[in-house]
Design a protein around this ligand. Structure first.
Ligand SMILES: [Zn+2]
Length: 499
């Protein structure tokens, strides 16, 4: 059965979306959540395991203090209350990538509750309520081989790698977010972006969606205005910011089509497909009772010391939103200009370039101009474009010193991006330095005067503006490397005219 999807405008005119986001963040601790195994990415399968994270009988978990500290810091940054006493719980379900057949998680006693995160969207602030932040352990990974798609269907065998099993995982759950109307997909994306930036600023995770250290599940439901909230679906493991936005939009359209046809939404998990941008059904959603939660008997309760929590709170770094506001002021940017810096992912890059000695205006010009254009063309993130903040600052210092003009600087920058070395090396090796030595320029000036006698006469008779054509001729013969100001002075001097 194929269903024609309604237009998005019609959907938001007839229905109100309610969204919610569950985000999992792998913490960057040195060791796993309940054992001493290392956590670094990569490594041969099943080499970073021990009896505890393999769930062997008789092994006992011990909670990782660094992970608890990181979770409390995330909770504090999200304006949560930190529990004075809480427990881990067993979440029971059977899956081959989970060696114990239960996951140690937190249930009705999470570490952090009831916070919020303010998100900027189109100049407005949207406050997203945070229901809870809790700590759990990650599962291993299954690999299905022999099939065409990498899925279990059609595979000849399945392999399990437990290296990831037991890595500390923080789950951040929002309260339901109603009232966003047509902006629901963008609010979802803005929230995950801001959350990622907050966690990155805390230094507790590298929050890379493409490597899976930040994973997002998106809940969506629709209801008619004035009616109760609809049944929600949960779109799993959406693995880019753009996909977060697309997943909400696609699910809104799909649900509207079902409801328009008089159908009912099934409470289920759904899979998002990057290639088509739509979702397909997964399993019907378990309810909490299916997991048979009970307090983890092998771990003592967590009782974070109040003074310690206060210390952690006082030591929080400047959070991204406030930092952006401060930077905007320091750099003297309008809201719109700041927004384009943020959208380009250039805040840190410009900041580092300024720290390396460039002015904010110059740093912004390079990152939002040549380098952004280049990043777009090659389809990479600005940070991976091939130039570093130090190199950009060095380039600008050569411009400021009069050694490079704008055109030559662009050529040097191309060399930097191509990996030819530092700006100074490229300028020297390729002989791109501005020539302002009068001796070297006099021959070119004389040549230009001899080749353009009419122009020279005009200048001699007092039409100083005509000298521009001679300057242009010299720039041409020197391949743009002459210092235009010196050339102009020389021309006027040779023609016996006062500048
Ligand atoms: Zn282990």
């Amino acid at each position: 059965m194929t269903t024609t999807l309604p237009a998005y405008d019609e959907v938001v005119a007839r229905y109100e979306p309610v969204i919610g986001l569950e985000t999992h963040v792998e913490l960057g601790t040195n060791t796993k959540m309940f054992c001493g195994c290392p956590t670094d990415f990569g490594g041969e399968p099943n080499t970073r395991v021990c009896p505890v994270c393999l769930g062997l009988p008789g092994s006992l978990p011990v909670a990782n203090k660094a992970a608890i500290e990181a979770t409390i810091r995330i909770g504090l940054a999200l304006n949560c209350s930190i529990a004075e006493w809480c427990r881990f719980a067993r979440k029971n379900y059977f899956y081959p990538d989970m060696p114990k057949n239960f996951q140690i998680s937190q249930y009705d006693e999470p570490l952090c509750v009831d916070g919020y995160l303010d998100v900027e969207l189109n100049g407005e602030t949207v406050r997203i309520g945070i229901e809870r932040v809790h700590l759990e352990e990650d599962t291993g990974k299954t690999l299905h081989v022999g099939g065409a798609t990498g899925r279990i269907h059609g595979a000849t065998e399945s392999l399990v790698d437990y290296n990831r099993a037991g890595i500390p995982l923080v789950e951040i759950v929002t309260k339901p977010i109603p009232g966003t109307s047509a902006l629901a997909p963008e609010v979802a994306r803005a929230y995950v972006t801001e959350l990622r930036d907050v966690i990155r600023s805390l230094g507790v995770s590298d929050v890379r969606m493409e490597e899976g250290s930040l994973r997002c599940d998106v809940n969506t439901s629709l209801n008619k205005p004035g009616e109760e909230w609809g049944t929600r679906t949960e779109t799993k493991n959406v693995n880019s910011l753009r996909s977060v936005e697309r997943a909400v939009r696609s699910e809104m359209l799909r649900q509207a089509a079902v409801l328009d046809a008089g159908g009912k939404i099934t409470q289920e998990t759904r899979h998002f497909h990057e290639d088509t941008g739509d979702t397909t059904p997964g399993r019907s959603k378990e309810t909490a009772t299916d997991y048979r939660y009970f307090p983890e008997p092998d771990l003592v309760p967590l009782v974070p010391d109040t003074a310690w929590v206060a210390e952690l709170k006082a030591a929080l770094p400047e959070l991204p939103r406030l930092r952006r506001k401060r930077i905007q002021q320091e750099w003297g940017l309008s809201d719109l200009d700041m927004q384009s810096v943020v959208n380009a992912g250039a805040v840190e890059l410009i900041e580092a370039t300024v720290a390396a000695g460039a002015s904010p205006a110059a740093a912004r010009k390079w990152w939002l101009g040549e380098l952004s254009r280049r990043a777009n063309e090659t389809g990479v993130e600005l940070a991976d474009v091939g130039a570093t903040p130090n190199q950009v600052a060095e380039l600008q210092s050569l411009v400021d010193a009069g050694k490079l003009n704008d055109k030559l600087a662009r050529t040097v920058l191309e060399g930097v991006v191509a990996g030819e070395g530092s700006p100074t090396e490229i300028m020297t090796n390729r002989g791109l330095e501005v020539v302002s030595d009068t001796g070297a320029l006099t021959a070119a000036v004389d040549e230009a005067i001899a080749a353009n006698p009419d122009v020279a006469d005009k200048v001699r008779s007092g039409k100083v503006a005509a000298a521009g054509a001679l300057v242009g001729a010299v720039m041409k013969t020197t391949r743009g490397q002459a210092d235009a100001k010196t050339v102009r002075e020389l021309i006027l001097e040779r023609l016996g005219v006062q500048g």
